[in-house]
Design a protein around this ligand. Sequence first.
Ligand code: 8X3
Length: 249
Amino acid sequence: MNKIACITGASSGIGWATAKALSAVGYQLVLCGRRLERLEALKKELPTESYLLTFDVQNRSEVETAFQSLPEAWKSIDVLINNAGNAHGMNAIQDGDPADWDAMMHSNVDGLLYVSRMVIPGMIERSGGHIVNLSSIAGKQVYPNGNVYCASKAAVEALSQGMRQDLNVHGIKVSNVAPGAVNTDFSAIRFKGDQQKVDAVYAGYEPLVAEDIADLIRYIITAPAHVNIADVTILPKAQASATQMLRKN
Ligand code: 8X3
């Protein structure tokens, strides 16, 4: 029987590309997102079977109801990719919009916890599994005006370590993936559609694309059973740190 991987935030970007990469190597997929029509479009592109769950990771009761509704054949999740999350706004701390703070902390931190809490008990029962948490270079290095986004990803870093420690005894691998600049709709969401700001983020160098992260995730979860790729930072060649980018005009 094929292994089952569950991907949150599958309706776009890294989640979408990861679904394609894992399906291509035979995984059946539980695809999670808020937009059913996007998940349906993705399902049509995949060579393996998938099951769709629509919910908002920020809403704990929606998360619980969605996972409780999984048919028996889809309950045995082998791999969980905690990908859902985003940045909202980029301001000095005194100018930050508390609604943006809530959105980042609720999706990037609380959402990851709610989903993990629904999936981990089954992994423990089956004495195995693999959780991949999508962090960011922002979780390792704070940068000006990144404040709350950086804090939310620093929390993901801590949770990856904590999960690895608590789940080690149950034979569950936990991996942390920290990308730098990836050209998805990340910046369009962060800057609320301000195209000038979006273009400035990716100007003058070749950023990563979602498929680069998907390739890495595929590698991480198909590594030999005795290997755990615990923590990877993945950057464009032009990027040396959260704030240092080699740009050419
Ligand atoms: C995305 C990378 O550098 O914009 O998490 O924070 S960065």
